[in-house]
Design a protein around this ligand. Structure first.
Ligand SMILES: NC(=O)c1ccc[n+]([C@@H]2O[C@H](COP(=O)([O-])OP(=O)(O)OC[C@H]3O[C@@H](n4cnc5c(N)ncnc54)[C@H](O)[C@@H]3O)[C@@H](O)[C@H]2O)c1
Ligand SMILES: [Zn+2]
Length: 371
């Protein structure tokens, strides 16, 4: 598959205007042309990280230049620590130096870290400049590219400072995944399974039929994988952009126990990728739903088996950590003011928010997800 493959476009219906997610193998070469369809400006500010920048910044900058935008490239350190006010501050300095006025776009080139950071800077510089996103990880393609959440982290927690700010468009070039590490590639698949379990039984079946191709990053299956993920998330975001009705909260499936596992592994100096923790967190959520009598055992085992087949962990090496995980889950509850709310699946493709989840059910979930 190469640049001759046709583009697929999914529209995300949000305020103040809808935007397209364009999935196009080889599409990076058209970044400038796509941007020119959306706006006219003399300059564009490209934000990437050093890993992605080394691989793709020259190509992206050339594409921008060809379409009449004078590019400035700014590369941050790879990793979560770049999602900070400090990094944002350095970018503001560079935006000023590059004379980025209100007409000029900020363009992200990278994964969720660069996307969240660029969106935040674009939302705040001059009270908002145009923003476009070129995403290069599975996590960003299936999740972070849709919904307009932008943020940097604060000492008190992740994503504490941010804004809803929608891009002009998102470009997903699946060919860029060839250079992504196997670990990062697989971690992103957890969110894809999440979307299927929460909202789309047919998409879950599709994962089962293609699990081996998905696990091994066979490029032929990737455009459909991304298109269907973007459709699921776009449909939810269009109905509940600001997380008011509870619909968007369904996307937290697997994340309550998942976040606890992520924290516990980090504390042990063996950090897991977010998606790995979510994978085990979804195993816990499936077990909790069975204990609650809401999901049948066979469906829960299908979820666990799919997670395993795409190469994700179904349990974390935290056998000694039941109490610690429980405390971390309880702490999460305080953040959401009061009740312990859990997203559980009643069936594959149908999740709901429950606030009556009992302690022993959660214990059963934790027991299953640590080994
Ligand atoms: N805004 C949202 O709705 C949303 C949703 C999910 C996650 N996120 C955020 O996304 C972030 C995680 O994103 P991520 O998993 O993409 O991590 P990331 O952006 O850190 O990328 C992971 C690693 O892969 C490298 N990389 C990226 N693309 C590459 C490529 N094509 N080839 C080679 N290396 C490449 C990066 O340099 C980095 O080292 C978190 O900060 C999370 O909060 C946001
Ligand atoms: Zn997640």
């Amino acid at each position: 598959m190469g640049s001759s493959s046709p583009a697929r476009t999914v529209w995300v219906e949000v305020q103040p205007r809808r935007y397209p997610v364009i999935i196009h193998p080889g599409g990076l070469a058209s970044l400038g042309a796509i941007l020119a369809e959306h706006l006219k400006a003399p300059r564009a500010f490209l934000i990437t990280d050093r890993n992605v920048g080394l691989l793709y910044a020259d190509q992206a900058a050339a594409a921008l230049r060809e379409a009449g935008f004078e590019p400035t490239v700014f590369a941050v350190e790879p990793g979560e620590s770049s999602k900070s006010l400090q990094t944002a501050g350095r970018i503001y300095d560079a935006l000023a130096a590059a004379k980025i006025d209100r007409a000029c776009p900020a363009v992200s080139l990278g994964g969720g870290v660069v996307g969240d950071l660029t969106g935040f800077v674009a939302a705040t510089w001059l009270r908002g400049i145009p923003f476009a996103q070129c995403s290069t990880t599975v996590e960003a393609n299936v999740d972070a590219s849709v919904g307009g959440k932008t943020a940097v982290n604060h000492a008190s927690g992740k994503n504490m400072i941010g804004a809803f700010y929608q891009p002009q468009f998102v470009l997903i070039d699946p060919d860029t995944l060839r250079t992504l590490s196997e670990r990062d590639y697989r971690a992103g698949l957890a969110e894809s399974i999440k979307h299927a379990v929460v909202r789309d039984a047919d998409f879950f079946d599709w994962h089962e039929r293609h699990a081996d191709e998905i696990r091994t990053c066979q490029v032929d299956c990737l455009p459909e994988l991304f298109e269907r993920n973007v459709r699921v998330k776009a449909e939810i975001v269009a109905q509940d952009e600001r997380e008011i009705t509870g619909l968007r909260a369904l996307l937290n499936f697997g994340h309550t126990v998942g976040h606890a596992i992520e924290s516990a592994m980090a504390r042990r100096g063996r950090p897991w990728r977010h998606g790995e923790a979510v994978a085990a967190g979804m195993v816990a959520a499936a077990e909790i739903a069975v204990a609650a009598g809401r999901l049948d055992r066979a469906a829960a085992e299908r979820i666990v088996e799919l997670i395993r087949r795409v190469g994700l962990p179904i349990a974390a090496p935290l056998a000694d950590a039941h109490d610690e995980l429980w405390r971390l889950i309880e702490a999460d509850k305080k953040v959401s003011a009061g009740r312990l709310r859990f997203v559980l699946a009643d069936a594959i493709g149908r999740a709901r928010l429950y606030d009556d989840v009992q302690h022993p059910w959660i214990q059963a979930g934790i027991a299953r997800a640590v080994g």
